[in-house]
Design a protein around this ligand. Structure first.
Ligand SMILES: *[C@@H]1O[C@H](CO)[C@@H](O)[C@H](O)[C@H]1NC(C)=O
Ligand SMILES: *[C@@H]1O[C@H](CO)[C@@H](O)[C@H](O)[C@H]1NC(C)=O
Ligand SMILES: *[C@@H]1O[C@H](CO)[C@@H](O)[C@H](O)[C@H]1NC(C)=O
Length: 546
């Protein structure tokens, strides 16, 4: 009790003195809050576990306390970029309302890095979201969990931790769906919803979850969640599921706010972070190449009303820099299912007008387009290339990394390096200057998508620089027609740098798994940058579910 009083008075004192040195915070009445997401390159090589954790912790603290972060209310770091299995930490439960920072001198229960980050949240008066490897004494849980404990007496979890502005742990989410990781699961799944003092309720999930109904879509549809925190180490797949493209599509299709933090290791495919305001599009986003970055992206995020005019990112550096150069030096997968699309090559010149229809099973879509001449060139390589386009329609199942399937229905136009189907979804090599043969003056794709209990319709677009078109450039319309949704995506401003333009419908697992035999298993990866060991190199990256 005495300790509690001491703690409270310390907090009050600190609270008062710190108030003057930290940025303004948003409150319940503000129409927006300020969010930061970190694209974070972890270290791998030549350091001990202790050194790596110290390095990561120092870098987290530096970003968190940087001038760019001054106005943020909440900062999100990506998965798997802090500690590892060799140095897991205990994490208090949210109910216990523990502030690890205040226990610094009395207990070694929490690892130093957890204490330091709790102190960082407290000093900087911001919410902080991190991911770490957690340990728990089985004994603490024995009353609830009848399963046999490991011989060392510990449960090891993949855990997300949220600190409030006082450094108190207010949310602890232990991952439910684990795959090849040597991790434990909770006996009962835990919900990861938390409230903030600026009046915004968040739910958090990770990586692959974005492609499945439970829990991601369920949180939106059944729990009314409007703000999602998403941490990832996601490997992009052309032409529909590159990282920022998927994040923006999902946020727009659901009209919810998404704060997405990605780990940055582009040579293996991992990159992609951003802040998305539902149908108002991206407030800030980044896709990087080569060795990756440690970069904070900041935006003022309108609270749940996405109808207002689009608010600008506070720090537009990265987004603005994402101008015209095609992105290269980033490993990507290609959707092999593209070979199974019903498609036709668009026969376009600098002054064409076309209207086409293409069907796959019971889904038919139309494409209408008008082209004009283009004077642009993108990049400054020694070779020259121009993309051709196919209009393709697909309905069917796709798998991801493990035996989980989604039924998807896609109508899209996508870029190909020549007139063959096999070249679709491929990119010209880095030394190519892209010289478009024409620009789209008008472009519309429309189709009627059968209603289903589980369905998410998403606008899906991609530019040469691996960002999506924004609401100023593209219109998205979904009209409820009793048994179906009339869906249309329409180009608003002429464009000559498109890689993808279409409609992506996820019917999740709603239709029974039929006809899988013989259908291609399409693997999409979330990358674990390390799994239990730091002794990892380019050739031995392990791909696992995340
Ligand atoms: C934490 O990150 C790891 C990757 O290192 C990931 O597998 C895990 O799912 C994450 N945990 C949570 C709760 O998001
Ligand atoms: C812990 O001890 C150090 C030095 O011994 C002191 O500077 C610090 O304020 C103490 N922290 C708390 C939370 O009491
Ligand atoms: C936790 O994982 C270990 C190692 O895989 C296993 O031996 C143990 O039974 C698991 N504990 C529980 C409670 O499931």
């Amino acid at each position: 009790m005495l300790q509690r009083l001491v703690n409270i008075s310390v907090y009050v004192l600190l609270g008062i003195t710190l108030q003057a040195t930290v940025g303004l915070t948003s409150d319940v009445n503000d129409p927006y809050f300020v969010a930061g997401v970190v694209e974070f390159r972890p270290d791998f090589i030549g350091l001990t576990t202790a050194q790596l954790i110290a390095n990561h912790t120092a870098a987290y603290k530096e970003i968190f306390a940087s001038p760019e972060a001054l106005e943020t209310d909440i900062v999100v770091f990506p998965e798997g970029t802090l500690n590892n299995d060799f140095q897991p930490t205990y994490v208090p439960a949210a109910e216990d309302a523990v502030i690890p920072c205040l226990l610094a001198n009395q207990s070694s229960r929490y690892e130093d890095f957890l204490v330091e980050l709790s102190c960082a949240a407290r000093t900087n008066r911001k919410y902080l979201v991190i991911n770490l490897t957690e340990k728990e004494n089985c004994a603490d849980n024995a009353a609830f969990d009848p399963r046999p404990c490991a011989t060392n007496g510990l449960n090891i979890y993949n855990t997300n931790v949220v600190f409030d502005r006082e450094g108190r742990v207010i949310s602890r989410y232990r991952k439910v769906n684990i795959y090849v990781e040597q991790k434990n699961t909770t006996y009962q799944p835990e919900y990861a919803i938390f409230d903030t003092d600026f009046g915004v309720r968040f739910a958090q999930f990770i990586c692959f979850d974005l492609l499945f109904y439970t829990p991601a879509e369920e949180l939106v549809v059944k729990y009314g969640i409007k703000n999602v925190i998403f941490t990832a180490s996601f490997i992009s797949e052309t032409p529909f599921l590159t990282a920022v493209q998927l994040q923006q599509s999902w946020a727009w299709g659901n009209n919810v706010t998404v704060l997405a933090a990605g780990s940055s290791y582009p040579l293996s495919g991992a990159t992609g972070s951003g802040i998305y305001a539902g149908s108002s599009g991206s407030l800030t986003a980044t896709m990087v190449a080569n060795v990756g970055v440690r970069q904070l992206l900041v935006a003022r995020v309108p609270k749940n009303e996405h109808t207002g005019s689009r608010l600008e990112a506070v720090n537009t550096r990265q987004f603005a820099a994402a101008s015209t150069a095609p992105l290269t030096g980033l490993r990507m997968l290609r959707d092999p299912q593209l070979d199974n699309f019903n498609s036709q090559l668009l026969n376009l010149t600098a002054s064409s007008v076309i209207a086409l229809q293409q069907c796959a099973e019971d889904l038919c879509c139309t494409l209408t387009a008008e082209t004009t001449a283009s004077q642009s060139s993108y990049g400054n390589g020694s070779a020259a290339g121009a993309y051709q386009y196919r209009f393709g329609v697909f309905t069917g199942q796709r798998s991801y990394e493990k035996e989980q399937y989604s039924t998807v229905a896609i109508c899209g136009m996508y870029a190909c390096t020549d007139d063959t189907v096999a070249s679709c979804g491929l990119l010209f090599p880095a030394n190519t200057t892209i010289q478009p043969a024409f620009a789209f003056k008008r472009l519309n794709i429309a189709g009627s998508f059968k209603k289903a209990e589980r369905l998410l319709l998403m606008p899906n677009t991609l530019n040469l620089n691996f960002y999506s078109l924004q609401p100023a450039q593209v219109a998205w319309e979904v009209t409820d027609k009793c048994k179906s949704y009339e869906t249309s995506i329409d180009l608003k401003a002429s464009a000559d740098n498109l890689l993808t333009f279409g409609i992506y419908a996820n019917y999740y697992d709603s239709s029974a798994a039929t006809g899988l035999a013989g259908s291609m298993l399409v693997m999409l990866s979330c990358l674990l940058l390390w799994t239990g060991t730091f002794a990892i190199d380019f050739l031995h990256i392990r791909f696992t579910d995340c």
